[in-house]
Structures are given as C-alpha cells and as structure tokens.
Design a binder for this molecule. Structure first.
Ligand code: G6P
Length: 744
C-alpha cells in the first residue's frame, strides 16, 4: 500500500507538471490564432468600408467619422481612427484611445515592417487591459493616402483565457481524482491478489498448509544471514573451536556445570552395575559440551549404584572409557529430594512455566528445601572451582537461587545461567509466592540465557514488575548496583555430528530391525514419537491425531503404525502417574477400535530407551511427530533431523516448541487441532521423496551449523566480553599482565 501511495504522488506531480506546461502552450497558441484572426477581421472591416473611406478621405470629416463609427459597430472594436500618411489625425470615433496617436502608430509600423506592406498589427498593453491594434493602408499600394487604425478590445480574450484556464484546472482535478481512484483500485486488487497468493501458500495444497508464518521464515533468514556473515571467519562450531574459545577468550581450561540431572547414572541391575543415559534434553545438549571443555559437572547422585562408583571426593570420571571430565555427585536425603525436586521444582515451577493446563502447587516446606538444596549445590560448586574467577554454568529451574549464592562466595566468578524451559509472562510468574527471590537469585548471574527472545522479554518484564533495578533495554541487561546481568536468547541444540550415530545401523537396516522387533509387516508405514511421559509433551493429543488420521484417511488403516517411546518420568508426582494411566488407556482404546488380525495402530513402549535404540527408531520411521503443548526448545526434533543422514523422513512439529522457530521446513501444526495434525501426518506419509529430501537437507544444514558447540561458544564469548568490561571498570581488579595492560 505504501508503494501505491508513493506511485500515486509521483503520478499526480507528473500530471500537474504536464497540465501547467499544457496550459502555457495552449494559451500561447490560442493567442497567436486570435491575433491573426483579428488582423484579418480588421482588414475585412476596412475593405468593406474602403469605398466610402476613400471617397470622403480628406474631404468630408463628418462622413469619414460616420464611416469609422459604422466600422466600430462590431462590439469588440473599441475605436477607429483615420490618419493621413504624414501622421495627422483626420477623424476618430469617440472611444478611440488617445494613447495611440496617428504619428506614433505609423512610425512604429514603419519600423516594424518593410515599405509597401499594406497592413500591420500589434497587441500593446493599456492600463485598462490589452488591446489589438491594426493598421490598414488606404489608397494605392505604391502611393497610400493614409491609414485606418482599428483598436480591438481584448478583454473578452482575457475572459476566454481565464475560462480556458479554469476548465483546464477542472479537467486536471477530474483527471487526478480519476487517476487516484484507478491507482487505488489497482493497488487494492494487487494487495488482494498478494493476500490470496499468501493464503494459498499457507493453506493451499496438503503440505504447504503446515508451513510456518512468513514472519518466522523471514526472521530466521535474516538471523542466518547476519550470523553466517559474523561467523564466516570462524567456520563451523566444533568441540575444538569451543575449546579454543574457552582458552583464548576466558583463559580458562575447564568449566564447572551445575545441573540437577547427571549425565551418567549408575544403576544396580541383576547383571551388575549399568551406566544409564537419562532422557533429558539438558543432558543431550550439555554432555558434548563437557566432553569438549573438560571440568566438573555437579549433579544429584540419583542412581542406585552412584555411591559405589564415586571416589572419596564424590567424583566419578566420565564418559566411561573416555574419562574426559568428572561428575561431582551431591547426595540428597529423601525429604530434600521430595521438597526440592518433586515438590518446588516439578509441582511448582514446571507447571508455572509451561502453558499446559496443570495448576502449580507451591508449598512453603518445598520452598524451604529448595533454598537449602540450592545452598548445598552452590557450596559444592565453590568446592570444585580452582580459581577465584571461575566459569560456572548453572542449569535450569532447579537452581534459580544458586547464582546469587555462588556470587556471594565467589564475587569474581563468571556465572552463566541457562533456563531450559519457557519463562512465562510477568503476570503468571507473579503467582509464585517466592517470585522476588527467584528473580533476585537469577540476577546473581553474569549472563542469563533463554531459548527465545520472547522468554527474555518475559523475564525482563518480570524484573520490571517485581524488582528494584535498572533495565538497559538497548543491551538487554539488568543492572543492580554495580552488577550487570545480560539477558540473551541462546537457542540450544545438539552435538553435530551425533556421536551415537556411528554405532547405529544405517537407515535400511534400522527399518528392518525395528519392524522385525515389533512384529510389523516389512512394508508397514511407521511414525514415531519419543518423549519422557510428561503432560507438556501432548502425548494424548498425539495419539488422538493418529485416531483422527485413521478415521479421515481410511487408506492408512491396517498399514500405518505409530510407535510411542515414553520414558517414565517424575513418577512420584500424582499428575505424572495419572498421565501414565491416561496415555495407556487412550492407546488401548485406539488399538481396540482399529486393530485387525496382527495389526495394531499404536505401539506404546513405556520404558527407558538408551540413545542407540532411540536413534534406531528415528531412522526406521517415515516421520517423527513432536506435539508438545509448550516446550522451551525440544531437542527430539533436532535429533530426528540429525539421525536422517538418508535425507528422508518428515518432521511434524508443534508450533508451541522453540524448535519450530528454527526448523521451518518441518510440517508445523497446532497439536490441539486434531484435523490439522492428522492431515499433516497424512501429508508426511504421502510426501514425495524429492520434497522430503529438500526439507530434510535444509533442516540438516541448519542444525549442523547451529549446533550445541555454537550455543555454548556464543555464551562463552559473551561472558568473555563481559569480563573484559568488568575488568576495565575495575570490578575484577588487576590479575595479570593482560589485565594490567587492559586497565592501562
Ligand atoms: C527437561 C528439563 C531438564 C530435565 C529434563 C528431564 O528437559 O529442562 O532439566 O533434566 O526435563 O527431567 P528430569 O526431571 O528427569 O531430569
């Protein structure tokens, strides 16, 4: 529309210029026509009276005057005069203007035209307006006896010009209005056409219906372009690049991570002690970072054989066989775990931060445990650091208070806190009775990261609503006294390449193995869902979408099976136990509705699966459906993409995940909209190979570039920048040659 307005202005300006030029040209031409016309008329008037004029010339002045009066009967002739050839006035009508004496007129004619010319005219100006004056010689051409001067009143001509001008202005006005109308109608039609095109792009054929909003695609494209440019010199982020960033920018060699969940759990089994890899997005992302950086991971020792496997400092070297970093286990008594982990973290903060229709439960005793356990872990961190300005990475909602507690003991520490789940709006966070303490605890961090800008905005709004502080919106920072906390989005990701994949059979073999293991036909079409059994993951909605698919797309009955891997999670919490039962019931109901012979549409595998098994399922399926009702990022979506090195397979992805902002080539759906979700599944099952490849290739490129090393590296680089600024402002004091020169 703005373009149309600009075009309209230019058009109108052009028309105006054209009209002015046209007017002047017209006025000049018509004036010339009138002059010529008047000269001719004058000659005709004199010729018709020539006989009488010549007869009375010099003889009868009265008759001569009468003849002149006859000539001036034409209302436009103002006056007439008869002049002797020497310039004497012989006779004149009353209204003949005195300004034009015979002598002056004949002299001007003599100067203007060659001798022998019989007539001449000019248009001089009088105070009363312009006139046309014509001189016609009387007598023989070679020997004229005098001249008749006729003066025409041109005021009618001025009036006519004025009328022409007014008509022209009117015509221009009408033309402008017409042009404006035409332009507006054209613009409107073009806009409508564009809108229809856009709607067609968003709603048209089966697969484009599930596209993200153009706004998201545009934002992503801009982000990619600017970040690629910025990082072009550094190349792809890798463990090596992350390591060198750590040493180069932070003069550090190790980091200390604080996270509730440990990356390796030692469990007692009938076959001895086993190492388990927990189902946790946080662990998926951070474990490769720790392998790259080395250091210590402080976590709750939750495995049944954890105590047996630590040294005297409660540490165990991991990964088994590789031993590149250590896990420092912190032990929790049962009531501590109940209050801090199950209670405040998972019955309070988890539902508070997720819009998934579970009411948060806040108990004062739980919060007391939360405070005590945060203190316990903060102390453990302080024991693990090897300098007074260490780099500490605090993870997730279990430790909102720890950053401030660590800061109290280690004021010079660089504390990078990452909140792995959404941060709700200020109104919602406001319902937590300890909201001020949580926010204040987090502001102990040097950097506070969220997955999305929206979550950052929500946090800053919460600070604004509940805290005494200064907010620097320009640099997204919160300032309290001399302390500054940067609040930034760092969308988390996975390692690239995924190290597990070297041990997982290729796609064709994985397909064969999975079908065989589940007793499915070789040509069975498979979909997969992989989650912890959590109410935020939309598992019930996902199964209902499968039901809807079979209802609305009968061609898939008997052929399509959906495999749901559901790792039991937080089972002490009633809400999770109820979910467990409901999911089981929904699966059973759908199976009873659509099963026939050996065929069942849903395979529900409610147990923990190790990463290699998980990746095998990703590879075996035609599509993966991530249907979270609300999710900070969701790394299952990115893992599926990483698993598909055959560039096949379709990702059906909830629009309520952080991942949907990056993986715009997925089929983006609203998981509550069963019709849309089931259509997306049908589209995934029918998608031509070429389209699958195109989408998958683009997503793989994105995840490979925006991998977890980059996620960690970006935070470390920002932390280094912050440290440099703090050193320069004297907050960190002078700690070596580099610092001294910086300070200087
Ligand atoms: C989410 C949280 C992680 C957590 C994971 C598994 O991804 O952000 O902090 O580790 O869920 O939950 P769990 O309670 O088993 O650690």
């Amino acid at each position: 529309m703005r373009r149309a307005t600009r075009f309209l202005s230019v058009l109108l300006a052009g028309l105006a210029l054209l009209a002015v030029a046209g007017y002047f040209l017209l006025a000049q031409t018509t004036r010339q026509w009138f002059d010529a016309d008047l000269a001719l008329r004058s000659q005709l008037a004199v010729s018709s009276a020539r006989q009488s004029l010549e007869n009375n010339w010099g003889a009868d002045r009265a008759r001569l005057t009468e003849t002149l009066a006859d000539i001036t009967r034409d209302e436009r002739i103002m006056g007439a005069a008869a002049c002797s050839i020497r310039g004497e006035l012989l006779a004149a009508t009353d209204s003949y203007p005195a300004e034009f004496s015979c002598r002056s007129v004949l002299e001007r004619m003599g100067r203007a035209v060659p001798l022998g010319t019989l007539s001449w005219s000019m248009t001089p100006e009088l105070p009363s307006g312009s006139v046309h004056l014509s001189v016609t010689l009387i007598g023989e051409a070679a020997q004229p006896i005098g001249a008749v001067v006729l003066v025409h009143d041109l005021s009618y001509l001025n009036r006519r010009e004025e009328t022409t001008r007014n008509l022209l202005i009117l015509a221009f006005f009408i033309l402008s209005v017409g042009a404006s109308l035409v332009t507006l109608i054209a613009a409107r039609l073009a806009w409508k056409g564009w809108t229809i095109e856009l709607q067609r792009a968003l709603k048209g054929d089966a697969t484009t219906e599930f596209q993200p909003l153009v706004r998201d695609v545009r934002a992503l494209a801009e982000r990619l372009a600017s970040e690629r440019e910025r990082e072009a010199r550094g190349g792809l982020w890798s463990p090596e690049r992350l390591r060198s960033t750590l040493t180069q920018y932070l003069q550090g060699e190790r980091v200390v991570i604080l996270a509730n969940r440990e990356p390796y759990i030692h469990e007692k089994t009938a076959d001895g002690i086993k190492v388990l890899h927990p189902a946790s997005g946080l662990v998926t992302a951070l474990e490769p970072v720790m392998r790259a950086c080395s250091g210590v991971w402080g976590a709750h020792g939750s495995g049944s054989a954890d105590r047996e496997t630590v040294d005297s400092h409660d540490r165990v070297l991991v990964p088994p066989g590789e031993e590149s970093y250590s896990v420092r286990r912190v032990w929790l008594k049962e009531d501590e775990e109940n209050g801090y982990y199950y209670g405040f973290s998972n019955e309070g903060l988890w539902p508070l931060c997720h819009v998934a229709h579970a009411r948060p439960i806040f108990r004062a005793e739980d919060y007391e445990h939360y405070v005590a356990v945060n203190r316990k872990f903060a102390n453990a961190v302080c024991e693990e650091v090897d300098s007074d300005d260490p780099i500490v990475l605090v993870q997730d909602y279990h430790f909102a208070l720890a950053p401030k507690m660590i800061r109290e003991r280690l004021p010079r520490a660089t504390i990078i806190t990452f909140w792995h789940i959404p941060w709700p709006n200020a109104e919602r966070i406001g319902i937590c009775p300890w909201r001020d303490e949580l926010i204040s605890g987090l502001l102990g961090s040097s950097i506070l990261g969220f997955h999305t800008q929206q979550h950052c905005n929500n946090f800053i709004d919460s600070v604004d609503a509940f805290m005494e502080s200064r907010i620097d919106r320009e640099s997204n920072a919160v300032i309290q006294g001399a302390r500054r906390t940067i609040v930034r989005p760092y969308p988390i990701s996975i390692e690239w390449p995924v190290h597990w994949l070297t041990k997982v059979p290729p796609v064709a073999e994985s397909r064969r193995l999975v079908r065989k293991e589940l007793g499915l036909a070789d040509d069975a079409l498979l979909g997969v869902g992989i989650d912890r059994l959590d109410y935020t993951k939309g598992i019930e909605e996902r199964l209902a979408a499968v039901d809807e698919l079979l209802t609305r797309h009968p061609e898939f009955r008997g052929k399509f099976t959906f495999i749901q891997l559901a790792a039991p999670s937080r089972t002490k919490i009633p809400r999770y136990r109820e979910l467990n039962e409901r999911v089981e019931a929904v699966a059973a109901e759908i199976n009873s509705k659509w099963s026939s012979g050996n065929y069942r549409p849903i395979v529900l595998l409610k147990s923990h699966h190790e990463p290699m098994a998980v990746f095998q399922y990703y590879r075996a399926a035609e599509f993966c459906y991530v249907s979270s009702l609300h999710d900070g990022m969701n790394l299952v979506a990115k893992e599926f993409v990483a698993a598909r090195d055959d560039e096949r397979g379709v990702l059906v992805l909830s629009e309520f995940t952080g991942a949907a902002r990056d993986l715009t080539e997925a089929l983006i759906v609203n998981p509550y909209d069963l019709r849309q979700a089931s259509d997306a599944i049908a589209a995934a099952l029918r998608m031509p190979v070429e389209e699958q490849k195109e989408r998958m290739r683009s997503m793989r490129r994105l995840v490979s570039e925006f991998n977890v090393y980059r996620w960690a590296g970006r935070m470390l680089v920002d932390a280094a920048e912050l440290r440099r600024k703090e050193r320069m402002s004297g907050r960190l004091g002078v700690t070596g040659a580099t610092t001294r020169s910086e300070a200087a």
